[in-house]
Design a binder for this molecule. Structure first.
Ligand code: C2E
Ligand code: CA
Ligand code: CA
Length: 460
């Protein structure tokens, strides 16, 4: 049966309704619900449109990327709801401050962006920083998170939107690492750095399958006997032209590029293959491996690691996985699950870089961690700064009463070694004993060590 014909007016009204609905859905899809600003998707297309228009007219487009300096801290101390209020308030401020025609977006988290045709980007950036530095009242409390700004300008700095964003991000990073509450503009120095990084990135992608990244080893010493009882695996990149590169030269970039997992797996596999015979022969008891904090956020991390370990000849009880506290605190429940899963297989978990962050021994008591590595920065001042010496001594005391083993990292002098031993530190690692070295050298030294290491003998 044909439907009764609607009047022309009825149809027109329905079409208008649908149009309005469509517009609203479109607006919602482009809006960040917390701040009412445009969201990342709409921002990207908005930026491209403005760049296209500027290409025609010869105008300039300045991109400002904005990041709050202390947002995470505020969020942690005041709670997520307060954090949301602050972001909403900030969105309002930025919008009120904007000139007509400027595009303001929230890109996610505490990251905002502004696209402007202001002919004086420096002055505009200055105004942004001062707007971000103002006080806000959240639950009646004055907070002042402060923010940093990175600037890049089309067409002076970059020709396409992806480069422009990348360059503004680099400038932002420089502003933040300069202490925050400031702005920075992309310049020749950053351009050089970006080119260097691009080359390095290509080389890194090639280096992994080429096997240029290999495990080196640094011994861990038993303080009482002076014997090397374990090794820590440290990645090295045997670069064909640049020579040997330490992790600082490639691990952060590998993390950014999502390559760290492949590197960690390759290093882990090679390290297990080399060290399994050492453990089997009784040359060492344990092998410590580093894992990337980001990797640990993968819920399947511990299961995968156990799976990979099972394919090697290294017994689970000989493996220590070193994790950093940044990860631990990010997701305590997940940390616990990983640590428990590993512990159930006999894998030991060590907390790396202890003393650099926020975690305290009390937090540790709630996690089944058996080993803590005292960071080099603390050891550096041991014996030099009496307050640090006291702190380390009391940490060692507390750890003993909790049944946690402490490994002191970065022991460089005999004085430090003596102090740590007398304070009851069971294990030490550092240049005083040995620097990291390739597998063959490590193996040779381990085979010779039936007599106590001569240098440590001097300690006693
Ligand atoms: P880390 O785990 O804290 O490793 C200890 C670092 O201190 C190593 O630096 C080691 O060479 C250095 N070190 C040891 N003894 C001394 C000393 O007495 N004095 C001084 N000044 N330094 C000492 P390295 O090898 O450059 O590694 C740096 C960081 O890179 C490591 O810190 C670890 O977090 C990371 N890393 C190393 N290998 C890997 C890896 O295979 N995967 C991942 N994800 N990260 C790795
Ligand atoms: Ca480590
Ligand atoms: Ca460490």
């Amino acid at each position: 049966m044909p439907q009764s014909p609607k009047s022309h007016a009825e149809l027109a009204a329905r079409v208008a309704e649908l149009e309005a609905e469509r517009a609203m859905v479109l607006r919602l899809a482009q809006t960040d619900s917390l701040t009412g600003l445009v969201n990342r998707g709409a921002f990207s297309s908005g930026l491209c449109e403005r760049m296209d228009a500027a290409r025609e007219t010869g105008a300039k487009v300045a991109l400002f990327v904005i990041d709050l300096d202390r947002f995470k801290h505020l969020n942690d101390s005041l709670g997520h709801h307060a954090g949301d209020l602050l972001l909403a308030e900030l969105g309002r401020r930025l919008r009120d401050d904007a000139a007509p025609g400027e595009l303001i977006a929230r890109l996610g988290g505490d990251e905002f962006a502004l696209v402007s045709d202001d002919p004086d980007p420096a002055a505009r950036a200055e105004r942004l920083v001062s707007a971000l530095g103002q006080q806000h009242f959240i639950y009646g409390r004055a907070v002042s998170p402060g923010g940093s700004v990175g600037v890049a300008v089309f067409p002076d700095d970059a020709q396409d939107a992806a480069d422009l964003q990348h360059f503004a991000d680099m400038a932002l990073y420089r502003a933040k690492s300069g202490g925050g509450r400031r702005w920075s503009r992309f310049d020749a120095r950053l351009r050089e750095e970006s080119e260097r990084r691009r080359t390095l990135e290509d080389e890194l992608r090639r280096a992994i399958p080429a096997g240029e990244i290999e495990p080196w080893f640094q011994p861990i010493i038993d303080s009482m006997t002076g014997r090397m009882v374990g090794v820590e695996v440290l990645a090295r990149w045997n670069h064909p032209e640049k020579g040997l590169l330490a992790p600082a030269a490639f691990v952060p970039m590998a993390e950014e590029l999502g390559l760290i997992r492949v590197i960690d797996e390759a290093v882990f596999e090679a390290a297990c293959a080399r060290t399994a015979p050492w453990v089997a022969e009784g040359l060492i008891e344990s092998v410590a491996c580093n894992v990337s904090p980001r990797d640990l956020l993968d819920p399947a991390f511990s299961r995968k690691l156990i799976g990979r370990l099972a394919k090697t000849a290294l017994p689970a009880t000989a493996l220590t996985v070193e994790i950093t506290e940044t990860f631990l605190l990010q997701d305590l429940a997940l940390s616990r699950r990983h640590i428990e899963r590993l512990a159930a297989k006999g894998v030991n978990v060590a907390l790396d870089d202890f003393g650099t962050g926020y975690s305290n021994l009390r937090a540790l008591m709630h996690l089944p961690i058996q080993t803590v590595k005292l960071d080099r920065s603390l050891i550096d001042d041991v014996g030099r700064d009496s307050r640090v010496s006291k702190l380390v001594a009391s940490l060692l005391h507390a750890a003993r009463s909790l049944g946690v083993r402490i490994v002191a990292e970065g022991v460089e002098t005999e004085g430090q070694a003596l102090f740590l031993r007398s304070a009851g530190c069971e294990r030490m690692q550092g240049y005083f004993f040995a620097r990291p070295m390739p597998a063959d050298a490590m193996e040779a030294i381990l085979r010779e060590q039936n007599v106590p290491a001569p240098r440590l003998a001097a300690v006693g």
